[in-house]
Design a protein around this ligand. Structure first.
Ligand code: F6P
Length: 372
């Protein structure tokens, strides 16, 4: 039977993290387990900055956004120390042992799953939960945080409709998501965006403009374009795909570094240039266009009821799995229940939007353009 559980939250913050911490903690306390939190992700485990998660600390946090533990994107094996990055895995392990932890729970997105898996390989007893507003973690139906962010982005699109309509303008609204289009697609369909541009479907700006002009001809002199941060124009897709394949195929450290540098340069030049897209649409349609970047608004504030429920379900399931000493797993959402998925089946994969996904099919059926 496990007695000591450590919890950390890593990567971008997400609504629902506190609900998950509360659920893991309360379920653990009910079985006389002790729970401690580490501050600011893996960095807190390295520097041994802890919070005792007793009844008091776990109370009143269900509806609170962000994470009471703080978070960071620091990785155990590449921890910034002074002006260098160092592999601090052994230090983390020592602290894990000194706290007599039976299990370490890591709440995070794709990057955190990978880092947690490395720790599991090093000998930590790891359980993870999938959280991210991007909804792109593999092998789970959904991640917590996604529903809240989709609700916020949908509300923004609703509000942008009335001002776009009044001024007969295009409004290009940028939604978070560098790799996966779930958030843009979900909010775009729910908010009735006229054009939805996602990383999975490279777009042709002439086709986007064509869809907007067709609306004007039909008497609708305004349009809402929902664009993901990582949406790319079709003309740039081949060079990006080639660069990403080269970066992945690199064999030496130097080749990998060079490959990643080239990919990053191309991404800066071609991806997420929402302002440029807006200017192009003004030129091609002769309509005025404005840009709204939703940014971190999508990650802030109180979690939706659906995210609180999901985080609470997965959190209590997590504690139950720890009681059964099942480690090296992610607690995935599966239908109304959960599934313990081995971490090796999760890492190195990203759940992108399938091109025949029902949300895409339904959007096309109501006349939404994907610019393809
Ligand atoms: O991974 C979640 C996410 O919100 C992405 O959608 C977004 O691209 C990124 O984090 C932003 O990261 P940061 O808050 O570190 O700027």
């Amino acid at each position: 039977m496990s007695h000591y559980i450590g919890i950390l939250t890593a990567g971008g913050d997400t609504p629902g993290l506190n609900a998950a911490i509360r659920a893991i903690g309360k379920a653990a306390l009910a079985h006389d387990m002790q729970v401690i939190g580490f501050r600011d992700g893996f960095r807190g485990l390295m520097s041994n900055r802890t919070v005792r998660l007793d009844r008091n600390a776990l109370s009143g946090i269900l509806a609170v956004g962000g994470t009471i533990l703080g978070t960071s994107r620091d990785k155990p094996h590449k921890m910034p120390v002074g002006n260098k990055t160092m592999d601090m895995t052994d230090v983390l392990y020592e602290n894990y042992r000194n706290h007599h932890l039976d299990a370490l729970v890591c709440l995070g997105g794709g990057g955190t799953q990978k880092n947690a898996y490395r720790l599991a390989e090093r000998g930590f007893n790891i359980v993870t939960l999938p959280k991210t507003i991007d909804n792109d973690v593999a092998r789970t139906d959904v991640t917590f945080g996604f529903d809240t962010a989709m609700t916020i982005a949908t509300d923004a699109i609703d509000r942008l409709h009335t001002t776009a309509h009044s001024h007969h303008r295009i409004i290009v609204v940028e939604v978070m998501g560098h790799n996966a289009g779930w958030l843009t697609l979900g909010a775009g369909v729910a908010g009735g965006a006229d054009v939805v541009l996602i990383p999975e479907i490279p777009y042709d700006v002439a086709k986007v403009a064509g869809a907007i002009r067709a609306r004007s001809r039909a008497g609708k002199a305004f349009s809402i374009v929902a664009v993901a941060e990582g949406a790319i124009a079709a003309e740039h897709a081949p060079s990006l795909i080639e660069a990403s394949e080269q970066a992945e195929a690199a064999e030496t450290k130097a080749e990998r570094k060079q490959g990643r540098k080239r990919l990053a340069e191309l991404e800066v030049a071609h991806v997420g240039n929402t302002l440029r897209l807006s200017q192009q649409l003004e030129e091609l349609t002769a309509l005025e266009s404005r840009v709204t970047i939703l940014g971190h608004l999508q990650r802030g504030g109180t979690p939706s009821a659906a995210d609180r429920l999901l985080a609470t379900r997965l959190g209590t399931a997590c504690t139950e799995l720890i009681r059964r000493q099942e480690y090296g797993i992610m607690v995935a959402a599966r239908g109304e229940g959960h599934e313990a998925v081995p971490l090796e089946a999760v890492v190195g994969r990203r759940k992108l939007v399938p091109l025949d996904h029902p949300w895409i099919v339904t959007a096309r059926a109501v006349g939404t353009s994907f610019g393809d």
